[in-house]
Design a protein around this ligand. Sequence first.
Ligand code: NDP
Length: 330
Amino acid sequence: MSNDTDYRAWRVHEKDGEYVGTEETCNTADLPDNEVLIRVSHSSLNYKDALSASGNKGVTRNFPHTPGIDAAGEVVESAGQPAVGAQVIVTGYDLGMNTPGGFGEYIRVPAEWCVAMPEGWDAHKAMVYGTAGLTAGLCVGKLLRMGAAPDQGPVLVSGASGAVGTVAVEILAGLGFRVTAVSGKADQADALKALGAVEVVGRDALEASSKPMLKPAYANAVDTVGGSPLAEILKQVQPGGSVSCCGLVAGPKVETTVMPFILRGVNLLGVDSVEIPLADKEAVWKKLSSDWACPKTEASARDIGRKELDAALKAFLGGKSSGKIVLDHS
Ligand code: NDP
């Protein structure tokens, strides 16, 4: 393999303050000078990709740019490990932010960004989970490390119909937790119940209230939305319970009192899936490919091609996306 292969990519250009994504031919010679060249067969869609594609400078500083914070495929050039021919997963770090990402058929990344494909998996299956599945796994893992157990009471998942939420619902239900899913999409209630949610409630269940504390209704929670719903969750968690917090679709600002923390000993657990050590990512991928497998999410994932990326990313920004979407480059 020479380093001057043409390939197709969905690139975003900035034109008069507008950000427009289009499919075009690129060349691997223009990829960054890293150790491992990967032929990407699949990527996965995430909220952060929608932010990048719409010109959010906190995610991507310079355009034109190829988004895609997730990628899976085969190593085609490498000086050592991972070896040429290996199937690998790359998620997070700078991929798709300011390093050309998985919406192109090739990426060139540092060796220490590459996770070996779990046994029995292929690139498509890995990208059904993608960063969202990894994040859901990290959220559940943190709750478990804090001692969460099914007999303590219900566990709440917010943003439940989203990419992180659906996987969190299925993992928790699979572990025997009684899951209450919070969703703004009434038409997703049956799908969430099929994933294992016992109860599906509307977003009004987390409507802002002026009370500093509410009746403790949930033993633990996975919050994927942040903002005022997170403040309301903290008021409703039982003594000693924990809330994994990973997202901000409802806003980055959380106005809370200290009451849930000092009166009920509630734990607020931050979850980052991007910059954590590779070994932490590997541990979760291993779980997702074994005890935490989500067969229903796998069966319901939707495959799209590069031509459908624009509409799919816009649905994310409008809060209208649901389930897992895999980008198939073939
Ligand atoms: P999605 O857009 O797929 O899901 C978010 C869900 O949140 C939506 O489906 C919707 O679910 C709900 N939602 C949307 N807008 C609002 C709103 N204004 N108020 C309340 N709920 C809303 O995104 P992802 O699941 O991929 O990501 C979720 C969050 O997690 C994002 O903020 C993302 O940036 C973050 N994230 C963080 C990571 C980390 O490393 N910390 C990694 C991955 C994601 P419903 O209609 O069912 O209520």
